[in-house]
Design a protein around this ligand. Sequence first.
Ligand code: ATP
Length: 463
Amino acid sequence: MENYSLLKVIGEGSFGRAVLVRCKSSQEHYVMKEVQLPKNRPKLENSRREAILLSTMKHPHIVAFREAFEADDLLCIVMEYCSRGDLLRRIQHQKNTQFCLDNILKWFAQMCVGAKHIHDKQVLHRDLKSKNIFLTDNGTIKLGDFGSACILNSSKAYARTYVGTPYYVAPEIWDNRPYNNKSDVWSLGCVLYELCTLRHPFQAPSWKSLILKVCRGAYPPLPSRLPYELHHLVKQMFKTDPRDRPSLHTILTSHRASRLLRTHLPPQAGVAEERPGRTKRWNREEGEKVLRLLGDKSLMKTETLQGGEFPQSSSEGGEPRPRKRWPAEPSDSIVQELASRSPLSDSLTSNASDTSTQRASEEPEHRRPRRRWEPEPPEKLLSLLEKARLSRAFSTFLIKRGDEDPLVGPLSPPQGDDTDGPEPEVTADESRLQPRSDDDDTDFEEDSPCDWMHQAEKMFSEQ
Ligand SMILES: Nc1ncnc2c1ncn2[C@@H]1O[C@H](COP(=O)(O)OP(=O)(O)OP(=O)(O)O)[C@@H](O)[C@H]1O
C-alpha cells in the first residue's frame, strides 16, 4: 500500500471501491480495487487463488494485472488504468449519434480476441457487459473485472451480479442451467447490440417480460444500414440454445462475419482464417505434450527389421536399421494412460490449477458424465419473481426502478420513447423449434454452478 499514492476514488462496485493510484517509484497511474476479504478460511484461500488466476491472464485486450496484496482485511488488486473509462460511459456519451461501422467492428473484434484468450484457458468471464469493458488512452479495448465475482466468492454477490445486471444474462441462466462458454458469447452479443443501437437488446417494463424476452431471444432488429453479416452474427449470438450459438473461436475464424472482423484486427492478433474441414486441430504445444507422454511411457516397441523389408532405410551402410513399430495389438499401457488422463487439459490449465470454480473438470471429456441440463422451465423463477418485491432485491447501480414502475437500465430509452418497437418488429429466435445443431462448439461449462435460484429465493426472503 505504501508504494502507491491514492489520488481519487473512481467508483464503488458491489465488491468494494476502485481507487486511482500513482506508483511512487514509476509515477504511473493504476487502478486499485479493494475487496473485503472473507472471514472464513476456505473462502479466503479461494480469493487468493482467484487473484493468482487474474495474474495469469496476460493479453493485449485484457486489463493488465500488476500486483495483489493484503492490507488489513482488504485484498488490494492493482491493475492497469484505462484512462478513457468504460464502454458503457462511452455509449452513453454518444447520446443519439450512432457509432461508425469501423468502430463497432474494431471494438467488437478486440473484445472477442480478449474473451477468446480467457476461454482458451478454460476460464469463463461470467460478467461481460459494457461497464466491464474499458478503453485505453489510444482507444484499445480491454476486458476488465474478470473473475471478480469469484474473487469475492460470496454467493450473495454472485446472485447480485447475475440478477442485478440482467440485461446481459443468457437464457440458460434464467432457465437454471449451467453457465458455459456460450453464456459469455450471449453477453458479448448484448454488448455488440449496444454498440450497434446504443440500446439494450432486451428491454421491458417488468422483470417478467424482460426474462421472457431473453428466453425467447426476442429483440428489435438492428438498423438496416448495418451489413448483413452483423445482422446474422447478432442473430446467432442470441440463439436461445447455447449449442446453437457460435463460440468465440468460430466467430473469429469461420463465421460469415469473421472476415469483416479480422480486417479490423492487426495481423499480430493471431487470428487466422480457419481452413475448412480442420476445425479441431491440436496446437503445437498440445501435440508435443501427447508425443512426450507417449514417449515417456515407452509405448512403442523397438525391434530390428530385416534389411529387405524396408530397402530405403538400409541404404546408408547396408546395416539393418532399428525401426520403431507399433505392436500388433494396442498396448495396454497406452489405452490405460490415455484413458486415465487428458493430455490436452494439462497444458491448457497448468497456470490456474486451483481454480475449481471457473474451470472445466480435468476429467477426460469422454469419461466425464456430461451433466444433463435440468429441464426445469423458467416458470419457477418467474413465479418467484412475481411474488418478490423486486425493486429492493435487485437494487444495484444498474437497475433502478422508479416510482412509476418501468425498469430503467443505463441504456433504456427515455420514458415515452418506446424504441423497443411494437411486438411484430421484434426478432424472435424461430430456430429454437428446429432440430438442434450439434454442440461440439460448447466447449466447457462451469464445474459447480452457483445455485443462484436458491440464492435469489434467499435474497427475497431476507427483504
Ligand atoms: N482498470 C480500470 N481503468 C479505469 N477505470 C476503471 C477500471 N476498473 C474500474 N474502473 C472504473 O471504476 C468504477 C468502479 O468499478 P468496479 O469494477 O469496482 O465496479 P462496477 O463495475 O462499477 O460495479 P460492479 O463491479 O458491481 O459491476 C467504474 O466506474 C469503472 O468504470
